[in-house]
Design a protein around this ligand. Structure first.
Ligand SMILES: [Zn+2]
Length: 181
C-alpha cells in the first residue's frame, strides 16, 4: 500500500469521510490491520490538507473533498444512508450506522428490545409443554420402526411435528420403555 494508492482512492472518491477511505483500502488490503490503514489514511489527510489538495467541507461528521470538488461537494458526496427508524436520509459518521440521530437510536433500541423479548414469550407457550397426542406418538413410532433413535430422522420429524429433536428423543425413549424394550 503506497502513498500513491491511498491518494488514488481519495481522488476516485472525490468527496469522502476518512473512514470511507479506510473501508475501501481494507477491502483491497484485507491482510493489513485496519488500525494500520487508519493511521496511514490519517497521515495522508494531514499532508494533503496542508498541501491544500484536500479541503474539509463539512464538520461533524468531518467530510473532506479533493480541492477541485470542494465548492459543489454535496453533488459529489454519495454516502447517504437511510435511517431504519424515521427513513430520513442522513450522512453516516461510521460504517454500518443504522439510525440518523440519538433520538432514533433510542427508538431503535426499544424496538430491538421488543423483538428480542417476543420469541421468549413465544417460547413460554411452546408446544413442548403440551401433552403428546396419540397421532404424534404414532408418527414417532412410524418414523423409528425399530425404536432406535436417529438424529437425522428426529430432525426431519421435528419440522413436521413442530417439536424439538430433543423432545422427540425423550418421547421415543418413554415410548420404548412403555413398549417393554
Ligand atoms: Zn432517524
Amino acid at each position: 500500500m503506497t502513498p500513491g494508492t491511498i491518494w488514488g482512492v481519495m481522488l476516485k472518491k472525490k468527496v469522502f469521510q476518512q473512514w470511507e477511505i479506510v473501508e475501501e483500502l481494507a477491502k483491497m488490503y484485507s491482510y493489513l490491520p485496519k488500525r494500520y490503514i487508519r493511521m496511514r489514511v490519517q497521515e495522508m489527510v494531514k499532508i494533503q490538507t496542508l498541501n491544500k489538495a484536500l479541503v474539509k467541507v463539512h464538520e461533524n461528521p468531518d467530510i473532506l473533498a479533493v480541492s477541485k470538488y470542494s465548492s459543489d461537494w454535496e453533488r459529489n458526496y454519495t454516502t447517504y444512508y437511510t435511517c431504519e427508524v424515521c427513513e430520513k436520509k442522513f450522512i453516516p459518521s461510521m460504517p454500518h450506522q443504522k439510525v440518523c440521530s440519538r433520538e432514533c437510536k433510542r427508538k431503535h433500541q426499544v424496538k430491538l428490545c421488543r423483538e428480542y423479548r417476543r420469541p421468549s414469550e413465544e417460547r413460554k407457550r411452546n408446544r413442548k409443554h403440551l401433552p403428546w397426542t396419540k397421532e404424534e406418538e404414532e408418527e414417532i413410532l412410524k418414523a423409528f420402526p425399530d425404536l432406535k433413535y436417529s438424529k437425522a430422522i428426529a430432525q426431519n420429524l421435528s419440522i413436521k411435528l413442530k417439536r424439538s429433536p430433543e423432545a422427540i428423543r425423550r418421547r421415543l425413549y418413554e415410548l420404548r420403555r412403555g413398549a417393554g424394550k
